[in-house]
Design a protein around this ligand. Structure first.
Ligand code: NAP
Length: 449
């Protein structure tokens, strides 16, 4: 790791390494938080005495189970699934499910750990958790996806509940998968428990603006960071990595706020369209036809497709990493800064490597970590839970307004916390400390549990 830890925190980190071998993403996520907590222990020595940090680093419960399913030809496959119920000091465990072949315990633990602080930052009553499977939904038929989801829920349901653990989507899990998962939960439990899952369809308990929330929220956060520097998104050139749920709606809101998004990508290549990415085409390719991003050039001859292209080499004012973890390294960060990038906000979770973060911080550009910048998704999930609990359904405009207010509030809290701890403009420190203090105070009040 690149930054040295405070002497009280180093042994805690060594213990995390020892207890969780081989889980490099989890180690990275823990280190990133511990790097900023030194001054907190000086101000709140009781948190050291009560071993709050050691307790936060150990999940309350970890569930690993087998998911057998049959493909369309009758062949049997066996996947592994996880649900890590990390921390429930502030509310029921809350966090998405990821379906991707790279999923293993270390990925789910890093995501669950980040989720604790992100959820705390929203100010809403939700704890932190995460789940997923090494199942690869790419190339599977609808029926295969349904059989997999039903098999997974046949085990998972016993661990869920609107007051216990409330999953949602993430990479590879969108509206279709949530429908199959919720349907099987309803069938097994014989309960129409809407608040047990978020990201549901609008006709059966979903919240308006949830689909858009993470991407929109990331752009609202970007706008706030720029405003704090007397600048705005209007007229800015933007590059967005990925072309999934978060990326698509980040592009939509960036365009609405007067910016021009000129490049986006998927795991095989990138599209550069100097005239501005056409959102209708992108939505058709990704949300309806479920094809590769390379298909974009069939509709726009003036756009360029670069197989395996590095999207961070495209000069821009603002960069929004919205694909996956560790997708932006130190070299990429240098390239962005040298090309004049003034702001980076993370729609994805932990997309910037520790080396990349140092480059952004040394260059003093506005850098919004995922914990804060992409919290709009889970915040709107909590709004979905509120609507379900009151058997109500809000308008798109009202929900979006609430989302915007929450993002403005998160930005303000991170900014002010960073200033209070003598690091004005350092959103990493502001987000970690603000989120940590909310969780730590609640844990302290509840005793040693
Ligand atoms: P998604 O709809 O499945 O889209 C993921 C996008 O990232 C796709 O374009 C995918 O390309 C690309 N991608 C995935 N793995 C990749 C890899 N290893 N290398 C390069 N590209 C890769 O997922 P999403 O919901 O937008 O999530 C994107 C990120 O946002 C994740 O980090 C997620 O944890 C985070 N996030 C999501 C939400 C939410 O509400 N959905 C909330 C907070 C944070 P291919 O199609 O080619 O794989």
């Amino acid at each position: 790791m690149t930054v040295k830890l405070d002497e009280k925190l180093e042994p805690i980190f060594q213990d995390v390494l020892h207890r969780n071998p081989g889980e490099s993403e989890f180690h990275q996520a823990v280190h990133e938080v511990l790097e900023t907590l030194g001054p907190v222990l000086v101000k709140y020595p009781e948190f050291a005495d009560k071993k709050i940090i050691q307790r936060i680093c150990e999940p309350e419960r970890q569930i690993i189970f087998r998911v057998p399913w049959q493909d369309d030809s009758g062949e049997i496959h066996i996947n592994r699934a996880f649900r890590v119920e990390f921390n429930s000091a502030l509310g029921p465990y809350k966090g998405g499910m990821r379906f991707h072949p790279s999923v293993y315990l270390g990925i789910i633990k890093f995501l669950g750990f980040e989720q604790i602080f992100k959820n705390a930052l929203t100010g809403l009553p939700i704890g932190g958790g995460k789940g997923g499977s090494d199942f690869d939904p790419k190339g599977k038929s609808d029926d295969e996806i349904m059989r997999f989801c039903q098999s997974m829920m046949t085990e998972l349901y016993r661990h869920l509940g609107e007051y216990t653990d409330v999953p949602a989507g993430d990479i590879g899990v969108g509206g279709r998968e949530i429908g199959y998962l919720f349907g099987q939960y309803k069938r097994i439990t014989n309960r129409y428990e809407s608040g047990v899952f978020t990201g549901k369809g609008l006709d059966w308990g979903g919240s308006r603006a949830r689909t858009e929330a993470t991407g929109y929220g990331t752009v609202f956060f970007t706008h706030e960071m720029l405003k704090a520097r007397g600048d705005s998104l209007d007229g800015k050139t933007v590059v967005v990595s990925g072309s999934g749920n978060v990326a698509i709606y980040a592009i939509e809101k960036a365009h609405e706020l007067g910016a021009k998004v000129i490049a986006c990508s998927d795991s095989q290549g990138m599209i550069v369209h100097e005239k501005g990415i056409d959102l209708q085409t992108l939505k058709r390719i990704k949300e309806v036809e479920r094809r590769r991003i390379s298909a974009y050039t069939e509709y726009h001859k003036d756009a360029k497709y670069v197989e395996d292209g590095n999207i961070w080499s495209v000069p821009c004012d603002v960069a929004l990493p919205c694909a996956t973890q560790n997708e932006l390294n130190g070299k990429d960060a240098k390239m962005l800064v040298e090309n004049g990038c003034v702001a980076v906000a993370e729609g994805a979770n932990m997309p910037t490597t520790p080396e990349g973060i140092i480059v952004f911080q040394d260059a003093k550009i506005a850098y919004g970590p995922g914990k804060a910048a992409n919290a709009g998704g889970v915040a709107t999930s909590a709004l979905e839970m509120q609507q379900n609990a009151s058997r109500d359904s809000w308008t798109f405009d009202y929900t979006q307004k609430r989302l915007e207010e929450i993002m403005i509030d998160i930005h303000k809290n991170c900014y002010e916390t960073a200033a209070e701890f003598g690091a004005e403009g350092n959103y990493v420190l502001g987000a970690n400390i603000n989120g940590f203090l909310r969780v730590a105070k609640a844990m302290n009040a509840m005793g040693v549990i």
